[in-house]
Design a protein around this ligand. Structure first.
Ligand SMILES: *Cc1c(COP(=O)(O)O)cnc(C)c1O
Length: 413
Protein backbone atom coordinates (compact mmCIF):
# COMPACT_ATOMS: atom_id res chain seq x y z
CA UNK A 1 0.00 0.00 0.00
CA UNK A 2 2.87 2.37 0.59
CA UNK A 3 4.08 1.94 -2.94
CA UNK A 4 2.86 5.25 -4.29
CA UNK A 5 4.18 7.17 -1.32
CA UNK A 6 7.28 8.59 -2.97
CA UNK A 7 5.08 10.24 -5.59
CA UNK A 8 2.73 11.91 -3.15
CA UNK A 9 4.99 12.70 -0.17
CA UNK A 10 5.78 16.36 0.42
CA UNK A 11 9.51 16.19 0.87
CA UNK A 12 11.30 19.44 0.20
CA UNK A 13 13.77 19.93 -2.61
CA UNK A 14 17.02 21.60 -1.60
CA UNK A 15 17.92 23.11 -4.99
CA UNK A 16 19.74 26.43 -4.55
CA UNK A 17 20.86 27.27 -8.10
CA UNK A 18 22.38 25.96 -11.32
CA UNK A 19 26.07 26.26 -12.04
CA UNK A 20 28.05 26.35 -15.28
CA UNK A 21 30.16 23.19 -15.30
CA UNK A 22 33.03 25.06 -16.96
CA UNK A 23 33.12 28.53 -15.38
CA UNK A 24 31.17 27.95 -12.15
CA UNK A 25 28.92 30.92 -12.98
CA UNK A 26 25.65 30.89 -11.08
CA UNK A 27 22.32 30.66 -12.91
CA UNK A 28 18.89 30.97 -11.27
CA UNK A 29 16.89 27.85 -10.48
CA UNK A 30 13.18 27.54 -11.40
CA UNK A 31 13.64 29.01 -14.89
CA UNK A 32 13.89 27.37 -18.30
CA UNK A 33 17.55 26.72 -19.16
CA UNK A 34 19.54 24.96 -21.83
CA UNK A 35 23.30 25.57 -21.81
CA UNK A 36 25.03 28.10 -19.57
CA UNK A 37 25.93 31.59 -20.76
CA UNK A 38 29.36 30.12 -21.65
CA UNK A 39 27.60 27.46 -23.80
CA UNK A 40 28.51 24.60 -21.46
CA UNK A 41 26.34 22.14 -19.48
CA UNK A 42 24.62 23.39 -16.33
CA UNK A 43 24.77 21.40 -13.09
CA UNK A 44 22.08 21.54 -10.41
CA UNK A 45 23.38 22.56 -6.97
CA UNK A 46 21.73 21.80 -3.64
CA UNK A 47 21.92 23.01 -0.05
CA UNK A 48 23.72 19.83 1.00
CA UNK A 49 24.13 20.98 4.63
CA UNK A 50 20.34 21.20 4.68
CA UNK A 51 19.96 17.73 3.13
CA UNK A 52 22.40 16.38 5.70
CA UNK A 53 20.09 17.57 8.49
CA UNK A 54 16.86 16.51 6.77
CA UNK A 55 17.73 13.01 5.55
CA UNK A 56 19.00 9.96 7.41
CA UNK A 57 19.89 6.52 6.05
CA UNK A 58 17.18 5.02 8.28
CA UNK A 59 14.46 7.34 6.94
CA UNK A 60 15.53 6.52 3.41
CA UNK A 61 15.38 2.77 3.98
CA UNK A 62 11.64 3.03 4.82
CA UNK A 63 10.74 4.54 1.46
CA UNK A 64 9.30 2.73 -1.56
CA UNK A 65 11.85 1.21 -3.98
CA UNK A 66 11.93 3.71 -6.82
CA UNK A 67 14.19 6.57 -7.79
CA UNK A 68 11.90 9.17 -6.22
CA UNK A 69 13.08 7.96 -2.80
CA UNK A 70 16.03 10.36 -3.23
CA UNK A 71 13.79 13.44 -3.46
CA UNK A 72 15.97 15.66 -1.27
CA UNK A 73 18.73 15.30 -3.87
CA UNK A 74 16.45 15.75 -6.89
CA UNK A 75 15.30 18.94 -8.62
CA UNK A 76 11.49 18.44 -8.63
CA UNK A 77 10.06 20.65 -5.88
CA UNK A 78 6.33 19.88 -6.11
CA UNK A 79 5.19 16.23 -6.13
CA UNK A 80 2.34 17.22 -8.44
CA UNK A 81 4.89 17.68 -11.22
CA UNK A 82 6.39 14.19 -10.98
CA UNK A 83 5.87 12.29 -14.23
CA UNK A 84 6.30 8.60 -13.46
CA UNK A 85 5.91 5.33 -15.32
CA UNK A 86 7.30 3.24 -12.42
CA UNK A 87 11.05 3.89 -12.15
CA UNK A 88 11.96 0.88 -10.08
CA UNK A 89 15.25 0.34 -8.27
CA UNK A 90 17.24 -1.94 -10.60
CA UNK A 91 18.84 -5.13 -9.34
CA UNK A 92 22.56 -5.65 -8.84
CA UNK A 93 23.12 -9.19 -10.05
CA UNK A 94 26.12 -11.38 -9.18
CA UNK A 95 27.83 -13.34 -11.96
CA UNK A 96 29.55 -16.08 -9.93
CA UNK A 97 30.36 -18.47 -12.79
CA UNK A 98 32.13 -15.82 -14.87
CA UNK A 99 33.91 -14.45 -11.78
CA UNK A 100 35.21 -17.92 -10.92
CA UNK A 101 36.31 -18.47 -14.51
CA UNK A 102 38.19 -15.17 -14.57
CA UNK A 103 39.92 -15.71 -11.27
CA UNK A 104 38.29 -14.49 -8.13
CA UNK A 105 36.86 -10.97 -8.01
CA UNK A 106 33.21 -10.09 -7.81
CA UNK A 107 31.26 -9.18 -10.95
CA UNK A 108 28.02 -7.31 -10.36
CA UNK A 109 25.74 -6.31 -13.23
CA UNK A 110 23.40 -3.39 -12.61
CA UNK A 111 20.55 -4.34 -14.89
CA UNK A 112 18.95 -1.16 -16.14
CA UNK A 113 16.87 -3.04 -18.70
CA UNK A 114 14.14 -3.32 -16.02
CA UNK A 115 13.26 0.37 -16.25
CA UNK A 116 10.29 1.79 -18.20
CA UNK A 117 10.96 1.76 -21.98
CA UNK A 118 13.62 -0.89 -21.32
CA UNK A 119 16.63 1.37 -20.78
CA UNK A 120 18.26 3.66 -18.25
CA UNK A 121 17.31 6.61 -20.41
CA UNK A 122 14.07 6.46 -18.38
CA UNK A 123 15.93 7.84 -15.36
CA UNK A 124 17.10 10.96 -17.17
CA UNK A 125 13.92 11.59 -19.10
CA UNK A 126 11.61 11.04 -16.12
CA UNK A 127 13.48 13.90 -14.47
CA UNK A 128 13.76 16.13 -17.58
CA UNK A 129 10.05 15.76 -18.41
CA UNK A 130 8.98 16.32 -14.79
CA UNK A 131 10.98 19.56 -14.79
CA UNK A 132 9.59 20.50 -18.21
CA UNK A 133 6.11 20.07 -16.76
CA UNK A 134 7.05 22.18 -13.73
CA UNK A 135 8.44 24.91 -15.99
CA UNK A 136 5.47 24.91 -18.41
CA UNK A 137 7.33 23.60 -21.49
CA UNK A 138 4.90 22.49 -24.22
CA UNK A 139 7.01 20.99 -27.05
CA UNK A 140 10.25 19.05 -26.61
CA UNK A 141 12.62 17.99 -29.41
CA UNK A 142 15.55 15.58 -29.38
CA UNK A 143 18.23 13.90 -31.48
CA UNK A 144 18.55 10.23 -30.44
CA UNK A 145 20.19 6.91 -31.25
CA UNK A 146 16.94 5.30 -30.07
CA UNK A 147 16.58 4.74 -26.34
CA UNK A 148 16.56 8.39 -25.27
CA UNK A 149 13.90 9.17 -27.84
CA UNK A 150 11.77 6.26 -26.66
CA UNK A 151 11.97 7.46 -23.07
CA UNK A 152 11.25 11.09 -24.03
CA UNK A 153 8.24 10.06 -26.11
CA UNK A 154 6.85 7.93 -23.28
CA UNK A 155 7.23 10.45 -20.46
CA UNK A 156 6.22 13.48 -22.52
CA UNK A 157 3.06 11.74 -23.76
CA UNK A 158 2.25 10.74 -20.18
CA UNK A 159 2.60 14.41 -19.22
CA UNK A 160 0.70 15.77 -22.24
CA UNK A 161 3.76 17.44 -23.80
CA UNK A 162 4.36 17.29 -27.58
CA UNK A 163 7.59 15.77 -28.94
CA UNK A 164 9.50 15.84 -32.22
CA UNK A 165 12.35 13.35 -32.45
CA UNK A 166 15.14 12.77 -35.00
CA UNK A 167 17.25 9.63 -35.28
CA UNK A 168 19.97 8.41 -37.63
CA UNK A 169 18.67 6.50 -40.66
CA UNK A 170 19.99 3.13 -39.42
CA UNK A 171 18.48 3.35 -35.92
CA UNK A 172 17.10 -0.08 -34.92
CA UNK A 173 13.51 -0.54 -36.15
CA UNK A 174 12.24 -1.32 -32.64
CA UNK A 175 13.38 2.07 -31.37
CA UNK A 176 11.76 4.04 -34.18
CA UNK A 177 8.53 2.05 -33.74
CA UNK A 178 8.35 2.48 -29.99
CA UNK A 179 9.00 6.23 -30.31
CA UNK A 180 6.16 6.54 -32.84
CA UNK A 181 3.76 4.33 -30.85
CA UNK A 182 4.45 6.36 -27.72
CA UNK A 183 3.08 9.46 -29.37
CA UNK A 184 6.04 11.33 -30.86
CA UNK A 185 6.56 12.70 -34.36
CA UNK A 186 9.72 10.76 -35.29
CA UNK A 187 11.93 11.15 -38.38
CA UNK A 188 14.85 9.12 -39.72
CA UNK A 189 17.63 11.46 -40.87
CA UNK A 190 20.42 10.63 -43.31
CA UNK A 191 23.23 11.37 -40.85
CA UNK A 192 24.54 10.66 -37.35
CA UNK A 193 23.24 11.84 -33.98
CA UNK A 194 25.11 15.14 -34.09
CA UNK A 195 23.59 15.87 -37.53
CA UNK A 196 20.18 15.28 -35.93
CA UNK A 197 21.20 17.62 -33.12
CA UNK A 198 21.78 20.45 -35.59
CA UNK A 199 18.18 20.10 -36.84
CA UNK A 200 16.91 20.34 -33.26
CA UNK A 201 19.01 23.48 -32.73
CA UNK A 202 17.55 25.09 -35.84
CA UNK A 203 14.00 24.11 -34.87
CA UNK A 204 14.58 25.65 -31.47
CA UNK A 205 15.60 28.94 -33.11
CA UNK A 206 12.80 28.88 -35.71
CA UNK A 207 9.75 27.46 -33.91
CA UNK A 208 10.70 27.43 -30.23
CA UNK A 209 11.12 23.71 -29.49
CA UNK A 210 12.74 22.95 -26.17
CA UNK A 211 16.11 21.31 -26.94
CA UNK A 212 16.29 18.09 -24.92
CA UNK A 213 19.70 16.97 -26.31
CA UNK A 214 22.09 15.20 -23.94
CA UNK A 215 23.53 17.71 -21.44
CA UNK A 216 21.86 20.64 -23.22
CA UNK A 217 19.29 20.70 -20.45
CA UNK A 218 20.24 20.41 -16.77
CA UNK A 219 18.00 17.65 -15.43
CA UNK A 220 18.79 14.44 -17.30
CA UNK A 221 22.05 14.29 -15.31
CA UNK A 222 20.04 14.48 -12.08
CA UNK A 223 17.96 11.51 -13.16
CA UNK A 224 21.01 9.50 -14.19
CA UNK A 225 22.68 10.48 -10.91
CA UNK A 226 20.27 8.14 -9.15
CA UNK A 227 22.33 5.20 -10.53
CA UNK A 228 25.14 6.28 -8.21
CA UNK A 229 22.82 6.90 -5.25
CA UNK A 230 21.17 3.52 -5.74
CA UNK A 231 24.42 1.66 -6.21
CA UNK A 232 25.91 3.05 -2.99
CA UNK A 233 22.73 2.25 -1.05
CA UNK A 234 22.59 -1.30 -2.49
CA UNK A 235 26.20 -1.88 -1.38
CA UNK A 236 25.29 -0.71 2.14
CA UNK A 237 26.82 2.73 1.59
CA UNK A 238 30.07 1.47 0.21
CA UNK A 239 31.31 1.97 -3.33
CA UNK A 240 32.74 -0.77 -5.57
CA UNK A 241 36.39 -0.81 -6.65
CA UNK A 242 35.65 -0.20 -10.32
CA UNK A 243 32.65 0.88 -12.42
CA UNK A 244 32.60 0.05 -16.14
CA UNK A 245 30.25 2.43 -17.92
CA UNK A 246 29.41 2.39 -21.65
CA UNK A 247 30.00 6.01 -22.55
CA UNK A 248 28.20 7.92 -25.26
CA UNK A 249 27.24 11.44 -24.19
CA UNK A 250 28.45 10.50 -20.72
CA UNK A 251 25.41 11.62 -18.72
CA UNK A 252 25.50 8.55 -16.50
CA UNK A 253 29.20 8.68 -15.76
CA UNK A 254 29.06 12.40 -14.98
CA UNK A 255 25.89 11.90 -12.96
CA UNK A 256 27.28 9.07 -10.83
CA UNK A 257 30.44 11.05 -10.14
CA UNK A 258 28.24 13.93 -8.95
CA UNK A 259 26.18 11.51 -6.85
CA UNK A 260 29.22 10.25 -4.97
CA UNK A 261 30.37 13.81 -4.20
CA UNK A 262 26.91 14.71 -2.87
CA UNK A 263 26.70 11.51 -0.82
CA UNK A 264 30.03 12.33 0.82
CA UNK A 265 28.86 15.87 1.62
CA UNK A 266 25.72 14.61 3.33
CA UNK A 267 27.80 12.12 5.30
CA UNK A 268 26.47 8.91 3.70
CA UNK A 269 29.80 7.71 2.25
CA UNK A 270 33.46 8.50 2.89
CA UNK A 271 36.15 9.88 0.60
CA UNK A 272 36.82 6.59 -1.22
CA UNK A 273 35.64 6.52 -4.83
CA UNK A 274 35.30 3.77 -7.41
CA UNK A 275 37.64 3.97 -10.39
CA UNK A 276 35.43 5.12 -13.25
CA UNK A 277 36.09 3.40 -16.56
CA UNK A 278 34.64 4.94 -19.73
CA UNK A 279 33.96 2.11 -22.17
CA UNK A 280 33.66 2.92 -25.88
CA UNK A 281 33.53 0.95 -29.12
CA UNK A 282 36.72 0.87 -31.18
CA UNK A 283 34.72 2.27 -34.12
CA UNK A 284 33.75 5.38 -32.13
CA UNK A 285 36.18 6.15 -29.31
CA UNK A 286 36.68 9.92 -29.01
CA UNK A 287 37.02 9.79 -25.20
CA UNK A 288 39.63 7.03 -25.33
CA UNK A 289 41.68 9.02 -27.82
CA UNK A 290 41.46 12.20 -25.72
CA UNK A 291 42.19 10.32 -22.49
CA UNK A 292 45.31 8.77 -23.96
CA UNK A 293 46.43 12.11 -25.42
CA UNK A 294 46.04 13.81 -22.04
CA UNK A 295 43.57 16.26 -23.65
CA UNK A 296 40.73 18.10 -21.91
CA UNK A 297 38.40 17.96 -24.90
CA UNK A 298 37.63 15.25 -27.48
CA UNK A 299 37.32 16.29 -31.15
CA UNK A 300 34.65 14.73 -33.38
CA UNK A 301 35.31 11.08 -34.34
CA UNK A 302 34.89 10.67 -38.10
CA UNK A 303 33.11 7.68 -39.72
CA UNK A 304 31.76 6.42 -36.41
CA UNK A 305 30.45 2.84 -36.57
CA UNK A 306 29.62 0.09 -34.04
CA UNK A 307 26.91 -2.46 -33.30
CA UNK A 308 26.51 -0.73 -29.91
CA UNK A 309 24.37 2.10 -31.31
CA UNK A 310 23.77 3.70 -27.88
CA UNK A 311 27.43 4.63 -27.65
CA UNK A 312 27.82 5.75 -31.25
CA UNK A 313 28.30 9.38 -30.25
CA UNK A 314 31.05 11.05 -32.33
CA UNK A 315 31.25 14.17 -30.18
CA UNK A 316 30.03 14.94 -26.66
CA UNK A 317 29.43 18.39 -25.23
CA UNK A 318 30.28 17.04 -21.77
CA UNK A 319 33.64 15.64 -22.93
CA UNK A 320 35.61 17.61 -20.33
CA UNK A 321 33.33 16.39 -17.53
CA UNK A 322 33.69 12.74 -18.57
CA UNK A 323 37.48 13.04 -18.83
CA UNK A 324 37.67 14.91 -15.52
CA UNK A 325 35.68 12.24 -13.65
CA UNK A 326 37.68 9.40 -15.19
CA UNK A 327 41.00 11.05 -14.28
CA UNK A 328 40.02 12.21 -10.78
CA UNK A 329 38.82 8.69 -9.99
CA UNK A 330 42.09 7.08 -11.08
CA UNK A 331 40.15 5.25 -13.80
CA UNK A 332 40.74 5.05 -17.53
CA UNK A 333 39.02 4.99 -20.92
CA UNK A 334 39.06 1.82 -23.01
CA UNK A 335 37.90 0.81 -26.49
CA UNK A 336 36.56 -2.64 -27.43
CA UNK A 337 36.07 -4.13 -30.89
CA UNK A 338 32.59 -5.12 -32.11
CA UNK A 339 33.51 -8.81 -32.28
CA UNK A 340 34.63 -8.70 -28.62
CA UNK A 341 31.29 -7.06 -27.76
CA UNK A 342 29.38 -9.82 -29.57
CA UNK A 343 31.48 -12.55 -27.92
CA UNK A 344 30.91 -10.99 -24.47
CA UNK A 345 27.16 -10.81 -25.12
CA UNK A 346 27.05 -14.48 -26.16
CA UNK A 347 29.16 -15.61 -23.20
CA UNK A 348 27.12 -13.85 -20.52
CA UNK A 349 23.81 -15.02 -22.01
CA UNK A 350 24.97 -18.65 -22.41
CA UNK A 351 26.78 -19.00 -19.08
CA UNK A 352 24.85 -16.75 -16.72
CA UNK A 353 21.48 -16.47 -18.45
CA UNK A 354 21.56 -12.69 -18.66
CA UNK A 355 20.90 -11.23 -22.10
CA UNK A 356 22.81 -7.96 -22.23
CA UNK A 357 22.39 -5.15 -24.72
CA UNK A 358 25.50 -4.63 -26.91
CA UNK A 359 26.50 -1.54 -24.89
CA UNK A 360 26.25 -3.55 -21.67
CA UNK A 361 28.21 -6.37 -23.30
CA UNK A 362 30.90 -3.80 -24.16
CA UNK A 363 31.49 -3.30 -20.42
CA UNK A 364 32.04 -7.02 -19.89
CA UNK A 365 34.40 -7.15 -22.88
CA UNK A 366 36.26 -4.13 -21.46
CA UNK A 367 36.52 -5.77 -18.04
CA UNK A 368 38.10 -8.89 -19.52
CA UNK A 369 40.46 -6.77 -21.62
CA UNK A 370 41.57 -4.77 -18.56
CA UNK A 371 42.19 -7.94 -16.53
CA UNK A 372 44.54 -9.12 -19.28
CA UNK A 373 46.31 -5.76 -19.46
CA UNK A 374 46.55 -5.54 -15.67
CA UNK A 375 44.59 -2.26 -15.49
CA UNK A 376 42.12 -3.95 -13.12
CA UNK A 377 42.99 -6.48 -10.39
CA UNK A 378 41.46 -9.95 -10.38
CA UNK A 379 40.34 -9.40 -6.78
CA UNK A 380 38.50 -6.13 -7.52
CA UNK A 381 34.77 -5.82 -7.01
CA UNK A 382 33.51 -4.50 -10.33
CA UNK A 383 30.14 -3.17 -11.43
CA UNK A 384 29.15 -3.46 -15.09
CA UNK A 385 26.26 -1.39 -16.40
CA UNK A 386 23.75 -3.15 -18.60
CA UNK A 387 21.96 -0.06 -19.77
CA UNK A 388 19.09 -1.59 -21.75
CA UNK A 389 17.17 -4.79 -22.17
CA UNK A 390 18.88 -7.15 -24.61
CA UNK A 391 15.42 -7.79 -26.05
CA UNK A 392 15.34 -4.34 -27.66
CA UNK A 393 17.98 -5.35 -30.22
CA UNK A 394 17.83 -7.51 -33.35
CA UNK A 395 18.48 -11.12 -32.27
CA UNK A 396 20.07 -13.87 -34.37
CA UNK A 397 17.58 -16.27 -36.01
CA UNK A 398 17.34 -19.88 -34.80
CA UNK A 399 16.83 -22.37 -37.63
CA UNK A 400 16.49 -25.70 -35.82
CA UNK A 401 13.09 -27.37 -36.36
CA UNK A 402 11.38 -30.53 -35.21
CA UNK A 403 8.93 -32.56 -37.36
CA UNK A 404 6.30 -33.91 -34.96
CA UNK A 405 5.07 -36.42 -37.60
CA UNK A 406 8.38 -38.33 -37.64
CA UNK A 407 9.87 -40.52 -34.89
CA UNK A 408 11.63 -38.35 -32.31
CA UNK A 409 15.00 -39.40 -30.92
CA UNK A 410 14.47 -37.91 -27.47
CA UNK A 411 17.90 -38.84 -26.16
CA UNK A 412 19.51 -36.59 -28.78
CA UNK A 413 17.50 -33.46 -27.92
C1 LIG B 1 22.39 6.24 -24.11
C2 LIG B 1 22.95 4.92 -23.99
C3 LIG B 1 24.27 4.74 -23.56
C4 LIG B 1 25.19 5.88 -23.25
O1 LIG B 1 24.81 6.56 -22.07
P1 LIG B 1 25.35 8.00 -21.73
O2 LIG B 1 25.09 8.17 -20.28
O3 LIG B 1 24.59 8.96 -22.57
O4 LIG B 1 26.81 8.03 -22.06
C5 LIG B 1 24.72 3.44 -23.44
N1 LIG B 1 23.94 2.39 -23.73
C6 LIG B 1 22.66 2.53 -24.11
C7 LIG B 1 21.85 1.31 -24.38
C8 LIG B 1 22.12 3.79 -24.26
O5 LIG B 1 20.84 3.92 -24.64
Amino acid sequence: MQHDSNLTAHWPSFVTHLECAMTGERHDADQIHNLSRANKPLLVRYDLAGVRKALSKAALSDRAPDLWRYRELLPVRDSANIVSLGETITPLIRMPKLAAKLGGGEILVKDEGRLPTGSFKARGLAMAVSMAKALGIKHMAMPTNGNAGAALAAYASHAGIKTTIFCPQDTPEVNVSEIALQGAAVYRVNGLIDDCGKIVGEGKAKVGWFDTSTLKEPYRIEGKKTMGLELAEQLDWKVPDVIFYPTGGGTGLIGMWKAFAELEEIGFIGARRPRMVAVQAAGCAPMVKAFEAGAEHAPRWENAHTIASGIRVPQAIGDFLILRAVRESGGFAIAVEDDAIQAALDEMAREEGLLLCPEGAATYAAYKQSLTSGQVKRTDQVVLFNCASGLKYPLPPVRRTLDRHKPIDYASL
